[in-house]
Design a protein around this ligand. Structure first.
Ligand code: B12
Length: 166
């Protein structure tokens, strides 16, 4: 399912059936190292921080797991995410990093099989159908800016909001 703050991009808009946040849903926003094991640079993941701020304001327990800033091995990183027991996992995708994201998110899917996996960012914005067709480990794709619709998606996954086509 493709969702967006801008329904004219081809996404769905959310309509509330009952709007109350589900604070029990824990949300992990996850970066990945494009060299899988080596730190390539330390850019604060501002996109995920924007999303985390709005989700936290809506009452969710949300944590940003930033692999680019640690020297933890991938297994330890996955264990930390699993121990958090997320009901929703969000990852971002730049086009040059599709292959790395695909490999890592496939393994992450196995580590947290019960979580709803969400992909957002530039690649799914440009190629939404390709993204979900080729990366079936993701349950939802988000297009464009998601400052607000990410909260609506969390409400839907948490069961307090029903989605309908806008
Ligand atoms: C600033 C910037 C950088 C900075 C990043 C600084 C930082 N701390 O993050 C620097 C200079 C480091 C950088 C590096 C690169 N960049 Co750059 N960068 C930008 C720029 C100018 C703005 C991005 C930004 O910060 N926007 C503000 C944040 C808040 O918004 P956002 O990232 O769009 O996130 C929103 C949505 O995308 C969405 N979203 C994003 N992720 C997710 C995840 C989920 C789960 C959900 C639900 C939603 C969601 O919701 C967010 C909030 O609304 C854009 C061009 C532009 N004008 O957009 C290029 C741009 C994003 N960069 C691009 C590229 C290619 C790169 C590099 C890969 C270049 C390279 N070859 O090394 C690297 C990648 C570095 C990395 N972190 O992996 C491309 C991406 C194109 C593509 N199709 O992937 C862009 C679009 C430029 C372009 N026109 O080509 N970049």
């Amino acid at each position: 399912m493709i969702l967006s703050d801008q329904p004219e991009q081809g996404g769905s808009a959310a309509t509330a059936s009952s709007a109350h946040p589900s604070p029990k849903l824990r949300i992990a926003l996850v970066t990945y190292d494009v060299k899988e094991g080596r730190v390539f640079g330390r850019y604060p993941p501002l996109h995920l921080c924007v999303l985390a701020t709005n989700l936290a304001r809506a009452g969710y327990e949300v944590r940003v797991f930033d692999y680019t800033g640690t020297h933890a091995g991938i297994d330890e990183y996955f264990r930390e995410i699993r121990d958090f027991r997320p009901g929703m996992v969000g990852m971002s995708c730049f086009t040059p990093y599709v292959a790395s994201l695909h490999r890592i998110s496939t393994r992450l899917r196995e580590a947290v099989p019960e979580a709803a996996m969400v992909i957002g960012g530039y690649h799914p914005t440009v190629l939404p159908v390709w993204t979900l067709d080729n990366m079936p480990q993701f349950d939802y794709g988000m297009q464009g800016e998601c400052d607000h619709c990410v909260v609506e998606l969390a409400e839907m996954i948490g069961g307090s909001r029903r989605m309908s086509k806008g």
